[in-house]
Design a protein around this ligand. Structure first.
Ligand code: ZN
Length: 318
């Protein structure tokens, strides 16, 4: 189970708003802390002093407001969380317009008065070249474009005119009964999988969520764009690598984010259960591969993704 949390900044702001009388600057903090000693809450100030462990003299420390440093605010947050052990954050306060991070599911179970528990918050963005909010927006737009492209191929297979047969022949060497059957059965399942994709299931390859997948995600070597665990149809988590972040959004003649997401979804065992026999970026490359390996093309992830989404000269804005 995962707590879907906002960024450290947003969490702290929320905590400050709720407990504003305890998150004042250092001067007020000292006064309030003294007044609170011996109160039914039994709050001590010791953990709060750690936020001023900046190497400054005791006098200088007192002039540094707690909320000026994120480190200080995080420590204060930890203290407040442990002091108010019954406080729980739920998904209901999460707004989609904010950043999301993952916390372990025991982060708020400490019931020992006065004790502290370290909370690890991974604030590393999924892509270093954009905020997580922008990443989610692009990922969902890529999903929506992929969904429309899949619908077009389902309609094409229903028509089964010369044009569609030519397209199937290009990517799978033959528009035979077997190829048509595999596509007719697989595309609706792929469509459903794409429609199930949610932004929080498209994560960094080293995200905490990956610990719960059925396979070990390969570390980011700068070569791969993304990865999934084929049997994880329920979770439908896509692990994103750094190369994905720098790839074009929807330049459909080559590799791009839209095709990467389609590619990954073809791997799930309940869609196409596809393999990576050969990575293929272009229509020409897919055609040559299909002619040379006709039996592999119909189960090759990039051949299927190419059939759906490779179009020369088409570039869709993110
Ligand atoms: Zn693959």
């Amino acid at each position: 189970m995962y707590e879907r949390m906002r960024s450290a900044e947003a969490i702290i702001s929320e905590m400050e708003a709720r407990f504003s009388d305890m998150f004042e600057g250092s001067d007020n903090r000292d006064r309030r802390a003294r007044s609170m000693n011996g109160s039914p809450l039994g709050i001590t100030t010791a953990p709060l002093y750690r936020m001023f462990d900046t190497g400054l003299s005791p006098k200088a420390r007192k002039s540094v407001p707690a909320r000026r440093t994120q480190r200080g605010r995080l420590l204060a947050l930890q203290h407040r969380v442990s002091s108010f052990s019954r406080l729980k954050w739920s998904a209901s306060i999460v707004k989609d317009s904010t950043e999301w991070v993952t916390l372990d599911d025991t982060a708020f179970t400490n019931t020992i008065p006065g004790s502290n528990r370290d909370v690890t918050i991974n604030t590393v963005p999924i892509c270093s070249n954009m905020t997580n909010k922008e990443f989610r927006r692009q990922a969902m737009r890529a999903r929506d474009i992929g969904v429309e492209l899949i619908k077009k191929r389902i309609a094409g297979l229903a028509r089964w005119d010369t044009r569609e047969q030519d397209r199937v022949t290009t990517f799978f060497a033959s528009a035979d009964v077997h190829a048509k059957k595999v596509l007719c059965e697989g595309l609706p399942r792929l469509l459903a999988a794409m429609q199930e994709l949610e932004p929080e299931k498209i994560v960094r390859w080293d995200s905490e969520i990956n610990r719960y997948l059925s396979c070990a995600i390969t570390p980011d070597s700068g070569v791969n764009h993304a990865a999934v665990c084929k049997p994880d149809s329920e979770k439908r988590v896509i692990a994103i690598y750094s190369k994905f972040c720098g790839s074009p959004f929807a330049q459909l003649w080559g590799i791009c984010k839209v095709k990467t997401i389609i590619h990954e979804c073809t791997h799930f065992t309940d869609t196409f259960d596809s393999q990576d026999h050969m990575y293929l970026d272009s229509e020409a490359g897919a055609m040559i591969f299909a002619r040379n390996k006709p039996h592999q093309a119909i189960s090759n992830a990039d051949s299927i993704a190419g059939y759906i989404a490779t179009f020369d000269g088409v570039n869709i804005a993110p």
